[in-house]
Design a protein around this ligand. Structure first.
Ligand SMILES: Nc1ncnc2c1ncn2[C@@H]1O[C@H](COP(=O)(O)OP(=O)(O)O)[C@@H](O)[C@H]1O
Ligand SMILES: [Mg+2]
Length: 279
């Protein structure tokens, strides 16, 4: 893996200013305050959201371990801490989780990160499943839904009826069926408005977006302009180095690259399990 990192660093160094010159969503300068404003009105708004069904047996079956601390949650808690450092440093509020192809482990990473963030009680976070072609967050979390995010984006169903809340500070916006016209929906003005609505009404510190793979469809390309940064998930033993480099360039042209998670490594260590990042 050191070779992989060295080669990536070399490729990055050879690139002429690529990431540095990438267009950026205008920073809103809203770095998470250390003593956050605790408004009982916002807490009340959160309380009105329907609750997520907690089914830890299903979660563990789907490799979701971060609902409680401990050794299994450690890689995700570490990833949360590293991401949080960047989020605070740069004033980011929207982070997409992206990969080149399907099955890299994006949804598993987003769901685990969300469960880890749910234990960070001083932060209000949402996880949004925007892999509209192959949604999986609802299945991973064992949720049965009557409505979907397509209906929410089109204004046919109220966001507040559709989403689920875990505790007082973590929200999930999911689908259990594929949504029609995913690329058009994701790039529509309604989607941008919806994200603004979530941030304002629920006073979110961070929204995590589970995305479709970059190399499969153009859904993610347009959407990445709406986020502050992207975390790239790599299927470590299967993704060719060349493809990682191409993906990183593509993402860097659209938004900030928050880091790379090397998932499904055949080696692990006691601190990071199978998750490694190097930023
Ligand atoms: N670290 C891991 N080790 C082994 N299997 C994993 C790991 N992360 C994810 N998986 C499995 O890989 C498959 C694809 O994961 P998923 O998160 O749905 O990928 P994506 O959202 O990128 O398509 C799932 O069956 C999941 O359980
Ligand atoms: Mg997925």
């Amino acid at each position: 893996m050191e070779r992989l990192q060295a080669a990536l660093q070399k490729a990055r160094a050879q690139r002429e200013g690529g990431a540095a010159e990438a267009p950026r969503r205008k920073a809103r300068g809203s770095v998470i305050p250390t003593r956050r404003r605790r408004s009982s009105m916002i807490d009340d708004v959160w309380q009105t959201l329907p609750e997520l069904e907690v089914n830890t047996d299903v979660w563990q079956l789907h490799r979701l371990f971060a609902f409680k601390g401990g050794a299994d949650a450690a890689p995700f808690d570490l990833l949360r801490t590293k991401l949080l450092r960047l989020v605070r440093q740069h004033g980011w509020k929207r982070v997409a989780i992206i990969s080149a192809n399907a099955d890299a482990g994006k949804s598993t990473t987003v769901a685990n990160l969300a469960l880890s963030f749910s234990r960070q009680k001083d932060l209000r976070t949402f996880a949004v499943d925007f892999d509209l072609r192959r949604p999986s967050m609802a299945r991973l979390l064992g949720q049965h839904l009557q409505t979907n995010m397509g209906q929410v984006i089109r204004g046919e169903v109220a966001f507040e009826q559709h989403v689920r809340r875990l505790g007082t500070n973590m929200g999930f916006a999911m689908n259990d069926l594929p949504v029609h016209q995913p690329a058009e929906l994701l790039q529509s003005a309604r989607t941008a408005e919806l994200i603004g609505h979530i941030e304002e009404k629920y006073s979110t510190d961070l929204i995590l977006f589970d995305m479709p793979p970059m190399m499969v469809a153009d859904d993610a390309h347009g959407f990445l302009r709406l986020v502050d940064a992207a975390l790239i998930v790599i299927e470590a033993e299967r993704t060719p180095l060349k493809q990682i480099d191409i993906l990183e360039r593509q993402v860097a042209d659209l938004t900030n690259v928050a880091g790379i998670v090397l998932n499904k490594c055949n080696y692990s260590d006691e601190y990071t399990g199978s998750y490694h990042d190097y930023y």
